[in-house]
Design a protein around this ligand. Sequence first.
Ligand code: BGP
Length: 471
Amino acid sequence: MTTFPATFPDGFLWGGATAANQFEGAYLADGKLLSIQDVMPHGITAPPTQEPTPDNLKLEGIDYYHRYADDIALFAELGFSVFRFSIAWSRIFPRGDEEEPNEAGLAFYDRVLDECEKHGITPLVTISHYETPLHLAKTYDGWVDRRMIGFYERYARTLFERYGSRVKYWLTFNEINAVLHEPLMAGGIWTPKDELSAQDLYQAIHHELVASASVTKIAHDLDPELKVGCMIIATPAYPLTPDPRDVLAAKHFEEANYAFGDVHCRGEYPGYLMRSLAEQGVELDITDSDRETLKNTVDFVSFSYYMSLCQTVDPTVPAGAGNILGGVPNPTLESSEWGWQIDPVGLRVVLNDYWQRWGKPLFIVENGLGAKDELVEVDGVNTVLDDYRIDYLREHLIQAREAVRDGVDLLGYTWWGPIDVVSASTAQLSKRYGFIYVDRNDDGSGSLERYKKKSFDYYRSVIDSNGAALD
Ligand code: BGP
C-alpha cells in the first residue's frame, strides 16, 4: 500500500508574515508621509481621524524600523526559510503620485533584505498591505480613481527594478477581497462605506484587478523568474442547515470571494459575477486594453486562513462569526477570545478547493491565533506558556499536510505575526499572535523588549523536522 510521508515536500518554505504598518513604527521617518493606517487608531472598529492621534499604536508599532536586524535574527533562530513582509508605499512614494521615489525609503528595505540574505531567508514581499498613502485616499478617493493604476504601476516597477534580483516572490494586494467589506482599509477609499455606491466600489475593484495583472506583466517582462501571486481571504462558507437555499446562500457567498481568484487565475470576469453586477445596476467601465491586461494571470495563489463561517437564508439567526466577511456562527466550533471560529479542517477544505478550481500552486501566507498572553517567569526567564497557540498551529499544519497528501501543490506556510504586532482589525497590541512576545501594551506602555514564548521552541521543532514533529 502506498504510504504518505510525515514531512512536507522538500524545499517547503517555512516562516512568518507581517505588514509594515502593523510593526515598523517610525511613521514619519526618512521622508515617509502618512498612510491611511496612521489615521486609523481603532482599526476598522471606528471611522478614521483627521490627523494621527497619540492613541494610535501603529505610529510606533513595535519599533521594527530600528530593531529589524535583531528581529530577523530571531526569525532565523526559529528556522525561517521565508519571511513575508510588506513595503510601506508611503516610504517609497510618500504622497503616492510623485514622479520620483524617496531614496531613503528604498534604502531601508535594502537593509532589511541584507539581513534576510545574511540568514539565508527568502523574502516574500507584499506590495500593498492595507497601507495606501493617505494623500491618494483623500485626493483621489483611492482605487475609485483610474489614475491609481498608473501610480501603483510606477511604485511596483520601482520595487521590481530595485529589489527584483533579491526578491523572487511578490504579492500584489493583501486580502484583495476585503475591499468588499472594508473599502478604506483595503482600497484606500475615503468615502465612508455607508455612502459608497456599488458602482464606485466595483469600479475600484476593477482598477485593482487591472493594476494587479498589469504589474504581473511588468514583473515577468523584467525577469521571467519573478513569481507574482494574488492574495485573498480564504473563508469557506458552510450551509447552516441542509436546506438547499442555505447551500445556495453559502455558494453565493463563496462566489463573491472566488471572483477575485477567478479573474487573477483565468484572466477574465466570471459569468456569475457579471450577472450579480447587472442585478445590482453596476455597469463597469472596462476598456479593451483592460481586457488584454487582465490576461496576465498570476503564478500562484496565496491566501490568509483564520476561520470558516456559515450562511443561511433564515433572517432570525443572529450574525456573529467572522471578522471582516460576516456570516453566522457554526454551532460545532469553538471561538477565539475575539470570536473567530477555529476550524483546522476548513484549511484542508480550502486547499483542496482552490487547487481543484485554479490548478495553481498555493501558498498559505497567513494563519494564526490572536490571544491574550500572560508574561510569566520560569526559571528566571520571562516567557508565555501559550499551549493554546501550539495547539492551533499543530492542528492547522496537520490539515495542511493532509491536503498535500491529497495532491495539493503547496509552496509554503507563513504564520501571521511571528512576533507580536498591532492588530489590523482592532488596532490592539493585546491581540497577540507571536512566538515572540513584545513588551508593549494597549495603553502604549512597555519596554519593547522581546521574549520567546513556549511556542517559539515548538515552531522551531516543526520547521527543523519539516513537519515530522507534528506527530
Ligand atoms: C488579516 C490581515 C493582517 C492581520 C491578520 C490578523 O486580515 O491581512 O494584516 O492583521 O488578518 O488580523 P487582526 O490583526 O485583525 O487580528
